[in-house]
Design a binder for this molecule. Structure first.
Ligand SMILES: Nc1nc2c(ncn2[C@@H]2O[C@H](COP(=O)(O)OP(=O)(O)O)[C@@H](O)[C@H]2O)c(=O)[nH]1
Ligand SMILES: [Mg+2]
Length: 419
């Protein structure tokens, strides 16, 4: 692919390698873009389905060039409405365009909700071999502990949580509280569920912005969706919109991923699928303006909530953090109030998801985690590691790509589905 301008190179890369970048992990990917020697790829030439180190370095080169003209993305924050002014969408921040969706129809959720047991076949398959071996041995011996340790580590439970759980089980076996392999596996199941216990995994109830603000009726709840590219932010946002509109809420989607046009298109599809309105900006426009306009629009239409999509990668980590902080600040301006910041993590990236999370928790006050693609991985144990390492409740879980494939996280059903 030969492209003309540095800007296009960035877009090309954004489209071409995000999945691989995610696989590498945000920390590493962002570091790659931050340095990188002179490109060995001819200028303007972006090859590749499989990015080599040289191509990632070329990406670094291209993004540095693009950073020379960041003005479009880093304009002044949109000014707040003067007191008493009518909330005319787009008046203060003309970057965003409101796509009218007259009388959107609420979408119906598919009738059959996915079950953990039905969708966690891969994770269960991984554990089954080890757990079967433990059971069939008929007694608890050194091999039992090796099997359990390997099972938990391979399922991505993480070293810390694995050690804690096995220490507890060993002590109880020693104290004769646990007699044989069957009792041991029951205890393991209970320990896993206990490790997933969180004080509060419920989503902020609709209207909490109103309840918590002096601005009374005009307040609009805003939920932000953040996370690395490709983890499932837009899809999750669409699923949440579907769920909320099916419950009778009126929803405005803010297409805050202005990094590439395709992101807006994808969200527009979810808007029409879910019967939500959408506010979009120009490609490369200021995402904060889009969210700001969406809040104005929601207030004018007395909509219940704004769900804001964000870009998962910018030129570098510092940019990403600054952008997210700004989006959060602007979203929190009356009449908007941020009542959830959901960090979306792809379960298939395993322990890398934890490294990614650090970047986002630094930027914005994350209120909960959405763990996606649990249907596609044997590494379901990552949910334990997330809660333990991040101290954040896993609130929602993605079990597929369809509008209904999102469930509230339920530790007991989850753990049961693994055995
Ligand atoms: N199997 C599966 N695929 C998912 C899930 N959530 C998202 N995806 C897919 O992951 C890919 C990236 O999702 P997208 O929402 O575009 O990610 P974003 O870049 O974070 O906005 C898409 O192909 C989605 O269909 C899930 O829970 N299960
Ligand atoms: Mg997206």
């Amino acid at each position: 692919m030969v492209v003309a301008a540095a800007h296009d190179v960035v877009v090309g890369l954004a489209v071409g390698i995000p999945v691989l970048v995610v696989a590498v992990g945000a920390g590493v990917a962002l570091r790659f873009r931050g340095r990188g020697p002179a490109s060995t790829v001819p200028p303007g030439e972006v090859a590749a389905d499989v990015p080599t180190g040289a191509e990632l370095a070329a990406g670094a080169e291209a993004t540095r060039v693009a950073e020379a003209e960041p003005a479009a993305r880093e304009g002044a924050e949109p000014a707040p409405s003067p007191a008493g002014a009518a909330p005319v969408p787009g008046a203060e921040a003309p970057a965003a365009e409101v796509l009218p969706e007259e009388a959107p129809e609420a979408a119906a959720l598919p009738e059959e909700a996915p079950t953990y047991r039905g969708r966690l076949g891969k994770a269960r398959g991984l554990l089954a071999g080890y757990l079967g071996a433990v059971r069939s041995r008929g007694k608890i011996d050194a091999t039992t502990w090796d099997d359990l340790e390997e099972a938990l580590i391979r399922a991505d439970v993480g070293v810390g949580a694995t050690d804690a759980i096995l220490d507890d089980l060993r002590a109880r076996v020693k104290a004769n509280e646990i007699a044989g392999p069957d009792a041991l596996l029951d205890a393991l199941r209970a320990d896993l569920a206990a490790a997933l216990d969180a004080p509060d995994r419920t989503l902020a109830p609709m209207g909490s912005a109103r309840a918590g603000s002096d601005d009374g009726d005009r307040s609009v709840d805003v939920w932000l969706f953040v996370g690395v590219n490709g983890v499932g932010k837009t899809t999750t946002l669409g699923k949440v919109a579907t769920r909320l509109t099916a419950g009778g809420a009126s929803v405005v989607l803010a297409a805050g991923d202005t990094f590439r046009a395709a992101a807006g298109e994808q969200l527009a599809l979810w808007a029409s699928r879910s019967g939500s309105e959408i506010v979009r900006g120009a490609e490369g426009g200021d995402p904060s303006s889009v969210v700001y306009d969406a809040v104005q629009r929601a207030a004018a239409r007395q909509a219940d909530i704004v769900l804001a999509d964000t870009a998962g990668r910018l030129h570098n980590k510092a940019n990403l953090i600054e952008e997210l902080k700004k989006i959060r600040r602007v979203s929190d301006r009356a009449p908007g109030r941020v009542t959830e910041v959901l960090l979306v993590i792809d379960a298939t990236t395993g322990q890398n998801g934890l490294a990614q999370a650090a970047v986002f928790t630094e930027a914005v006050d994350v209120t909960g985690v959405v763990l996606t693609k649990l249907d596609g991985t044997a590494k379901g144990g990552i949910v334990v590691a997330i809660q333990r390492e991040l101290g954040l409740p896993v609130k929602l879980v993605g079990l597929g790509e369809g509008p209904g494939d999102l469930v509230d996280f339920d530790p007991v059903s989850f753990v049961d589905a693994l055995f």
